[in-house]
Every structure is written in C-alpha cells, then in structure tokens.
Write a protein that binds this ligand. Structure first.
Ligand SMILES: [Zn+2]
Length: 91
C-alpha cells in the first residue's frame, strides 16, 4: 500500500494509540524487510521492501520498548504527522 492520505491517517492513529510517539527517533536504520508487521499500516514488511527500524528514547516513550519497524513510505507519513504534532504540543 502506498496511499499517502490513508497512511497519514494511520500514522496519526498510531500516535493517538501510543504505538508511535510524536517525536523523531534517536536512531533509524534502513534495511531489507524481515516479514515483521509494520507498526503504521500493520502489513508485513517483505524482503523486497525497505524496512526502517526506529529506536526511541525509552525514558520518554515507554509503550513499546526497543525498536519499531515500518515501511519506508509509512515512515515518511508518520514523520510528517509527528512533525505536525510536535509543532502543536512542543514538549
Ligand atoms: Zn507500513
């Protein structure tokens, strides 16, 4: 799936549900997908797709310790939403 308005809606949902924070990760790795479910769209990231692994500061984001995996297009959608969100709450 690569439908930006829909992905951005799902990204906002992921932020609202606490699956992803509205802040940028401390570290990001790009690699080949390993079949894990994308945290934004919940489809698996397959081997022919690029997977982004996001690491957040666990002190500020305790819902999902460790890393979160997303598709590259889901990462972009979430990044846009997180930036907007951070602009309004600014913590
Ligand atoms: Zn995805």
């Amino acid at each position: 799936m690569n439908n930006q308005p829909e992905l951005r809606r799902r990204a906002r949902e992921a932020i609202a549900n606490g699956k992803l924070p509205a802040r940028l990760p401390v570290r990001t790795w790009a690699g080949k997908g390993g079949g894990a479910s994308c945290i934004v769209c919940s489809f698996p990231v397959n081997a022919h797709e690029v997977e982004y692994e996001l690491e957040f500061e666990t002190t500020t984001f305790s819902c999902t310790p460790g890393t979160s995996r997303v598709h590259v297009h889901c990462f972009e959608a979430w990044q846009s939403e997180a930036t907007l969100e951070a602009g309004t709450t600014f913590d």
